[in-house]
Write a protein that binds this ligand. Structure first.
Ligand code: NAG
Ligand code: NAG
Length: 777
């Protein structure tokens, strides 16, 4: 090689010496300035001087250019021609032509440039990454001149319009030299559309929009919530989870899984949203059992999260329990209770409601106390009265249910008013018939136990002597005051008493006893009886009798009265009675002066088995034997019809009475069940029965006979008087026995007063006076 070079060099220097000409010199050449891809370009490499032979060589960018398709090199003796067909980007470069001869060489370089629009070398594609990871978004664009790659960011906005944002302000963004966008630690806000544009001013830009998205784990923005719902309202508990779908949400209440199929109480609704999933529970008619912690757990492939909702059901407070009357006085009581369940809203106050539990109507009284108190004192109550009290708690939600009713009794006070309508009637030589009415109930101040009938001679300066009259159910009372002096003026007062003491005196009434007595009562006995008749006999010592009056009744019947003319026989037969029934009879003798006291009551049972009631005719006086009226034919037919009607009416009324009785029994059960056995002094609980209701069902007292006056005292109402004209020694006792039948105290008047010692010290003195007076009489 070195030999060849040396030889060539010797040749060149020899030729220049021989020819006398120098080295070759090239004429400049260029490619056309404006080229398009696909055109054919030519370049001629021509030396202006130089000794032949000439050698030509072409280089592209310093490298020898070979003949190949689309590149043609034609070399002639004194020039060389380069032809490039259908030029493209690959042909861009510096082209050099070198010419040589023996004397030397020359070269010339010119550039071939073709503008080439941007072309994709690697397009970007949409990707998803997890938060915090890095991502490289490639965007390699070819072209000449070298295209500039630009990235723009188009976050998806709610309106859907693309907002272009420069990349530069984001620190963790970096565009590589090759055009790739490198994002380190991708955040949620980096998600969106990215557009890569390559441009070099030639032709059309290349552009591509891709989406960068995140894999989003399930997650709740708000982890805890509190729901306050009024009881009875509907509630909606929401769990709005963010994250990639598919996602599942499960619910627990107080750590117990809520089933989606159990629709009885909690209905669960799910729906997917743009950013995740929404699950909600609906509850209708919220109640106390819904208080608690509801948790929802959202899960997807990338993670899970939990949210807790505390449900607080607001409601009025519960009923205060354990309501008690601790102490009761006559006009006030103290009541206590225990704090109830507040209903998740603090109690503001308590309402204490109370009303009288006897008589009608009941006026509701109400006292309000602060929530700090659990006891109070109710004042201005009526003494000796049954009340009902209950307590209601109230909070911001409203009034709670009332507590159970508690009954209580205030302590009694002595009656505060005297008996009213006191009437005194002189009857016989030493007897007053005294009638009065109980004071109005407002003034009883407890349960009346009886009355003291006080009396004294008008002229006397002594205090009153008193007789005790037990209280009777009927509000009209009467008493026969006996053993008084004849034709003497007395002052009469009446006082009511109860367990607490004795009330004020009624206004004194002055009355004079009569001078003479009516005839003594007849002495009565039964001489015979059959199935339908009773025959009585009697004796009468007085001979001023005008006629007799016979009273009789069946056991449960009412008194019937028969007038018997004065006869010598003193015998009488009652007819048309019912077989096998007990009858009570007594007789009074009537005279011009007045009627005798009633005879003793005799009771007798008719013969035979108990049979149907027969039509009760006025009896026929014994001895005048004749066909009974009811056997006479003209009477018999209408009579039978009447009997049939009466029997029918009786059956109807029996059915009605039975029905009413059952209804009443039920009502009574209801009343007695509610009775609160509260008792102030530890004695047996009182039974409270509304007298107004029960009274119509009580046996009505026998109607007083129309004639003659004075009315015969029915044996159950008050004792027969025999003070002025005693028929026998134990007549007085018989009166007391009748009282015993009514369950009254089995004590004589004097003994009863003795037992009323609490009525006051003066009462004992008065008792002594009673004795004195009675003995004197
Ligand atoms: C061609 O030559 C010019 C000037 O010397 C230079 O700037 C350019 O980079 C060259 N082109 C190539 C493709 O080598
Ligand atoms: C572009 O450059 C970046 C950074 O230098 C590199 O990570 C990436 O792989 C390159 N892309 C291509 C297609 O060469």
């Amino acid at each position: 090689m070195e030999i060849t070079s040396f030889f060539t060099l010797c040749l060149l220097s020899l030729a220049s010496l021989v020819c006398g000409t120098g080295a070759p010199k090239l004429q400049p050449f260029t490619f056309p300035k404006t080229l398009h891809e696909g055109q054919t370009v030519k370049a001629i490499c021509t030396p202006t001087e130089g000794e032949r032979p000439l050698q030509f060589q072409w280089l592209k960018d310093g490298h020898p250019l070979m003949k190949r398709p689309l590149v043609d090199i034609k070399t002639f003796e004194d020039y060389s021609l380069l032809k490039v067909s259908s030029v493209g980007e690959k042909d861009i470069g510096n082209y050099t032509c070198i010419v040589r001869n023996h004397h030397g060489s020359d070269q010339f370089t010119t550039s071939l440039t073709i503008p080439v629009g941007p072309k994709w070398i690697r397009e970007p594609t949409s990707v998803s990454v997890s938060v915090g990871n890095s991502v490289t978004l490639d965007c390699i664009v070819g072209g000449y001149p070298k295209p500039i790659v630009r990235w723009t960011f188009h976050p998806t906005t709610d309106s859907g319009t693309a907002e272009v944002k420069s990349m530069t302000f984001k620190e963790h963004f970096q565009v590589a030299i090759n055009g790739s966008l490198i994002i380190t630690s991708v955040q949620q806000e980096d998600t969106g559309n990215y557009k890569c544009t390559g441009s070099n001013g030639i032709g059309n830009d290349v552009t591509k929009m891709i989406t960068l998205s995140l894999y989003v784990p399930a997650r709740f923005e708000e982890k805890f919530d509190v729901k306050r719902i009024h009881r009875g309202d509907s509630a909606k508990l929401e769990c709005d989870a963010r994250g990639d779908n598919p996602m599942t949400i499960t619910w627990n209440k107080d750590n117990i899984r809520l089933s989606r199929v159990d629709t009885s109480r909690y209905q669960i609704f799910d729906r997917t949203t743009e950013g995740g999933m929404l699950s909600e529970i609906q509850v209708h008619g919220v109640d106390r059992s819904d208080n608690g912690l509801f948790t929802c757990l959202a899960k997807n492939t990338y993670g899970e999260d939990q949210r807790t909702i505390k449900m607080i059901v607001l409601e009025p407070p519960s009923a205060p329990s354990d309501v008690r009357v601790d102490q009761a006085w006559s006009r006030s009581i103290s009541v206590t209770w225990t704090v109830p369940y507040s209903g998740n809203s603090p109690v503001n106050k308590y309402l204490i409601q109370y009303w009288r539990n006897q008589g009608a109507p009941h006026r509701l009284e109400e006292v309000t106390v602060s929530s700090a108190q659990t006891s109070t004192i109710l004042r201005e109550l009526q003494p000796g009265t049954s009340y009902v009290v209950r307590v209601i708690a109230e909070n911001n939600v409203g009034k709670g249910t009332p507590s159970e009713n508690r009954r209580f009794l205030t302590k009694e006070e002595e009656p505060s008013a005297p008996p009213t309508d006191v009437q005194v009637e002189a009857r016989g030589a030493g007897t007053f018939h005294i009638k009065w009415k109980a004071p109005s109930k407002d003034h009883w101040n407890g349960q009346l136990k009886g009355y003291y009938v006080g009396y004294k001679e008008k002229a006397s300066t002594d205090s009153y002597s008193y007789k005790l009259v037990p209280f009777s159910e009927g509000l009209a009372e009467e008493y026969l005051l006996r053993h008084l002096l004849k034709n003497t003026e007395y002052g009469i007062v009446v006082r009511a008493f109860n367990d607490a003491g004795t009330g004020p005196e009624s206004q004194e009434i002055l009355k004079r006893t009569k001078d003479s007595d009516p005839p003594p009562p007849p002495s009565l006995w039964v001489s015979a009886q059959s199935e339908t008749t009773i025959t009585i006999n009697w004796e009468q010592s007085s001979d001023i009798i005008s006629h007799y009056i016979l009273f009789y009744k069946e056991d449960s019947g009412t008194w019937t009265e028969v007038t018997i003319p004065q006869t010598e026989k003193k015998v009488y037969t009652l007819q048309g009675l019912r077989a096998g029934s007990v009858y009570h009879l007594y007789l009074q003798a009537a005279s011009q002066i007045g009627n005798s006291n009633p005879s003793e009551t005799v009771s007798v049972k008719t013969d035979g088995a108990k049979g149907p009631m027969k039509w009760n005719f006025h009896a026929v006086i014994t001895g005048e034997e004749e066909l009974p009226v009811y056997l006479r034919l003209p009477v018999l037919a209408p009579l039978a019809a009447s009997v049939a009607i009466i029997v029918f009416a009786l059956v109807l009324s029996c059915v009605y009475v039975k029905k009413e009785q059952r209804r009443y029994n039920r009502a009574m059960e209801a009343v007695t069940e509610k009775i609160y056995p509260y008792s102030m002094n530890g004695t047996l609980p009182h039974r409270y029965v509304d007298l107004e209701k029960t009274r119509p069902l009580l046996q009505p007292p026998p109607p007083p006979p129309m004639f003659p006056l004075p009315p015969p005292p029915p044996p159950d109402d008050y004792p027969a008087s025999s003070s002025t004209l005693p028929v026998n020694g134990n007549n007085n006792n018989s009166g007391d026995r009748r009282r015993l039948k009514k369950g009254r105290e089995p004590k004589s008047n004097e003994g009863s007063i003795d037992s009323r010692r609490q009525g006051g010290g003066n009462m004992i003195q008065e008792r002594a006076e009673v004795h004195h007076y009675d003995e004197a009489a």
